[in-house]
Design a protein around this ligand. Structure first.
Ligand SMILES: C[S@@+](CC[C@H](N)C(=O)[O-])C[C@H]1O[C@@H](n2cnc3c(N)ncnc32)[C@H](O)[C@@H]1O
Length: 205
């Protein structure tokens, strides 16, 4: 029987721990998470499509993992996808889907290594979370957008309960140049009763 990883993914406590965890999960991630009804990629992609008509905009899918989030953006017609992730093994699976123009390694505990305005859209699907990308990345990712850029991301129940992620979103939304396009709380992993909020925030200046 394949080892189950999902239930332990909310207690990762160091970057090395997280990297090793996803290295070991890469081969069975898609199957396990799909079995649990993973909805957030589709919800993020549909939310983005409601606010971005141009399907050729460049999207950086931060923490793209095996590419389930990229597949959801493709399903909505977006065709200029780039991805990064902490785990080379997750990226290796993403590469087999042939949907990303570029894939690279990144650790979100370090400053983002691309120029401001390099991407029209920054997406972080299931990534800004306890044991994954810290709350401080919310402002950092938004800051890397050019004017009119869009940030789409999710915060799951475990991270809402943590109490540090939602205040970071609220702090961002207090900025004059951050326009909340939508925020919807809905299904994340229904088989384990976990939900998430999907946010779409536009940079107005
Ligand atoms: C739950 S998966 C989501 C993957 C994909 N976005 C999806 O929706 O299926 C979380 C991803 O975040 C990546 N990750 C965790 N911590 C990270 C970090 N510090 N820097 C970059 N990626 C990280 C993991 O390697 C994993 O691929």
């Amino acid at each position: 029987m394949t080892k189950a990883f999902l239930k332990n993914s909310y207690v990762l406590n160091s970057v090395d721990n997280t990297r090793d965890y996803y290295r070991d999960w890469a081969a069975s991630y898609d199957e396990e998470i799909t079995e649990n009804g993973y909805q957030t990629p589709k919800r993020c992609a549909e939310a983005l499509a409601r606010h971005q008509e141009n399907k050729s905009v460049s999207i950086l899918d931060i923490g793209c993992g095996t590419g389930l989030s990229g597949m959801a953006f493709r399903a909505e017609g977006f065709n200029n996808l780039h991805g990064n992730d902490l785990s080379q093994e997750m990226l290796d699976v993403a590469a087999t889907r042939s949907i990303y123009q570029t894939l690279s390694l990144a650790d979100l505990h370090n400053p983002l290594d691309f120029d401001t305005g390099a991407y029209d859209v920054i997406a972080a699907v299931g990534v800004i979370s306890v044991g994954h990308a810290p709350p401080s990345t919310i402002a950092q990712m938004f800051g890397k957008l050019a004017q009119d850029g869009i940030f789409v991301f999710s915060i799951n129940d475990a991270s809402i309960a943590d109490g540090t992620f939602v205040p970071a979103v609220e702090q961002l939304l207090a900025s004059e140049n951050a326009l909340l396009c939508e925020a919807h709380y809905g299904e994340h992993l229904p088989k384990i009763g976990m939900k998430s909020t999907v946010y779409v925030i536009k940079k107005t200046a």
